[in-house]
Design a protein around this ligand. Structure first.
Ligand SMILES: [Zn+2]
Length: 323
């Protein structure tokens, strides 16, 4: 079946010039298994080395940087699960779904890639409307209303880092499940995965390490990284056309390591062409830079907190659009 490489647009205004580059987009949409392997290997090696170092030499001073590293990589796995939902991990759909479930979703105790995919598809096709499950969930929660004051934004982030962000992530999963006809779904594969994980942790006498360096980051650091990314993607924007309903962020490698691993900061480009895998998004952004319509209207933000001349995300979230 031939793929369409036209941009996925959900607002009324047609973006004619953006459609012109479809042939080049076709080349960028080619999926490469080894690029995916490299990215997943980087995340896993970093996590396993960090966990092993803490297990062998536990101390508070080692725990703090280790928790930041592990939490950032848990967030990276969530981003790779998102790639799997788009079928962008590898060419074989079966292998793509297996990797997305057992190497990305299951370690984060997310039961079903399939259900996440169904929810995420609506997010793309009904973007920022009541039919978009992500938007609907957030629009009914005052925590997600922007702009807000500097102090309130700080307090919101502090609440997420203290464990409050987990409530939203659990609600998102339960909302998906509550719409299923068969009720709560916990696949047999997930039960097997968790059972094997428990046996392995017991055999390695690693329950303390897993509690301090997997579960604690999973409810603190990971939700904080996820919250900054989610807010950056669709909040504090004008929402008048496709090019200003999603944000792309340019930032330092340090910020990207925590808030936008695997090029997920190119979120506007991803929404226009979701079939392009993560490693080709920077090239897609360069291509789009040559399109006058995109260059004029695309919402691109420079930096998360501080900016090198443009407008940072923090400023976007604490000022009215256009102010
Ligand atoms: Zn997506």
């Amino acid at each position: 079946m031939s793929k369409s490489f036209m941009p996925l647009l959900v607002y009324d205004q047609p973006l004619t010039e953006v459609s012109v580059i479809r042939q080049e987009v076709g080349a960028l949409a080619l999926v490469s298994g080894w690029r995916t392997s490299l990215a997943l290997s980087f995340d896993y090696v970093l996590m396993l080395v960090t966990l092993a170092a803490f297990h062998l030499h536990p101390s508070f001073w080692l725990w703090l940087p280790s928790a930041l590293i592990v939490g950032s990589r848990q967030h990276a796995l969530a981003v790779m699960m998102h790639e799997a939902a788009h079928g962008n991990l590898c060419r074989s759909r079966r292998l793509n779904d297996w990797l997305g479930q057992y190497l990305c979703a299951s370690p984060l105790i997310i039961a079903s890639l399939r259900h996440y995919r169904a929810r995420h598809r609506l997010h793309h096709t009904k973007l920022n409307s009541v039919q978009d499950p992500d938007w609907y969930l957030k629009a009914t929660d005052s925590e997600w209303r922007y702009p807000t004051s500097n102090i309130d934004l700080l307090l919101r982030l502090a609440r997420v880092a203290a464990g409050g962000g987990v409530a939203y992530l659990v609600r998102a999963q339960l909302l998906t499940k509550s719409k299923r006809k068969s009720g709560v779904h916990f696949p047999a594969g997930m039960v097997t995965y968790l059972s094997l994980a428990c046996v392995l942790i017991t055999a390695l006498h690693a329950w303390t390490t897993i509690a301090l360096l997997w579960l604690v980051p999973l409810v603190t650091i990971m939700p904080l990284c996820e919250r900054v990314r989610s807010v950056a993607e669709h909040f504090g924007l004008k929402h008048t056309c496709d090019l200003n309903a999603t944000r792309s962020v340019r930032a330092s490698w340090f910020s990207l390591f925590f808030f936008a691993p695997h090029h997920v900061n190119y979120h506007l480009e991803h929404h226009l062409y979701p079939m392009v895998p993560f490693y080709n998004l920077p090239r897609l952004a360069l291509l789009l830079d040559g399109v006058p319509e995109y260059k004029k209207s695309a919402h691109r933000t420079d930096g998360y907190v501080f900016s090198r001349g443009g407008r940072s995300l923090w400023r976007d979230l604490t000022r009215l659009p256009g102010a």
